[in-house]
Design a protein around this ligand. Structure first.
Ligand code: NAP
Length: 248
């Protein structure tokens, strides 16, 4: 039977690259996105071209009803949940903490933390053998920012990703004996549209040049690690935080 993975924020960037690679490795893929249906359709076309089945599942990860509907829609489409990639995430324009208003802080933590916890909960409720599931693998997309802190840019985002690291460690211990592995990737400077949404489209290229590998990373390079963590090739790996950051 074909394994099936649900990926949040799969319309663009790292989520899209993961969807395409997972399909090429034989997975069926649920493609979640927030607003950009045209981009999500393009991801679905890439999945199908790679030989996989695709299902679009729109919904805001920060909204509980949307998250439950997304997981229910996924189960309706594929009948099983073997992998879940907690990828949707946002940044906001760079500034020191002293300049951040409460609405910005709330939005970052609503999507990056509350949303990721809600999604992980729904994944466990469907994967855990204790809940009648068949086991599976969860990959959380954290960031190198969790250990760097992102001063003067976005300490809010960095803190939200530190919460993802802690979720990974704690949840992996909770559900290891229930057939579910939980790991995180911590990308560094990856060439996607997220930097433009933070006000600096050239951020990955400029800062990437200062890393030990001398360049920004690609979404495909992050996808390789995510899809490995989803697969049985990583069967003894859980609770791991894996940097894909070019040595940064
Ligand atoms: P991106 O290109 O900006 O794509 C973001 C994706 O998340 C889009 O598919 C977007 O959907 C979706 N999304 C945003 N808010 C959402 C919400 N509330 N509910 C559901 N989906 C939502 O970002 P990316 O660079 O690929 O980043 C993916 C993940 O990697 C994020 O968690 C990010 O923090 C992390 N990361 C990225 C880098 C980097 O350098 N790029 C580094 C470290 C960590 P729409 O298309 O509908 O807007």
């Amino acid at each position: 039977m074909t394994q099936a993975v649900l990926i949040t924020g799969a319309s663009r960037g790292i989520g899209r690259a993961t969807a395409r690679l997972a399909a090429a490795r034989g997975w069926s893929v649920g493609i979640n996105y927030a607003n950009n249906e045209a981009a999500a359709r393009e991801t679905a076309a890439l999945v199908e071209r790679a030989g996989g089945r695709a299902q679009l599942l729109p919904g805001d990860v920060a909204d509980e009803a949307s998250v439950i509907a997304m997981f229910d829609g996924f189960m309706h489409a594929f009948g099983r949940l073997d992998g879940f990639v907690n990828n949707a995430g946002i940044v906001a324009p760079g500034m020191p903490l002293a300049a951040m208003d409460a609405a910005r802080l709330k939005r970052i933590f609503d999507i990056n933390v509350f949303g990721a916890y809600l999604c992980a909960r729904e994944a466990v409720r469907r994967m855990s053998t204790q809940h009648g599931g068949a086991g599976g693998a969860i990959v959380n997309v954290s960031s190198a920012a969790a250990r760097l802190g992102s001063p003067n840019e976005y300490v809010d985002y960095a803190g939200s990703k530190a919460a993802i690291d802690t979720l990974t460690i704690g949840l992996s211990k909770e559900v290891g004996a229930q057939g579910v592995r939980v790991n995180a990737v911590r990308p560094g400077l990856i060439d996607t549209e997220i930097h433009a949404s933070g006000g600096r489209p050239d951020r990955a290229a400029v800062l990437g040049a200062q890393t030990p590998l001398g360049r920004a990373g690609t979404a495909d390079e992050v996808a390789e690690t995510i899809v490995w963590l989803l697969s049985d090739a990583s069967s003894y790996v859980t609770g791991a935080l894996i940097d894909v950051a070019g040595g940064r």
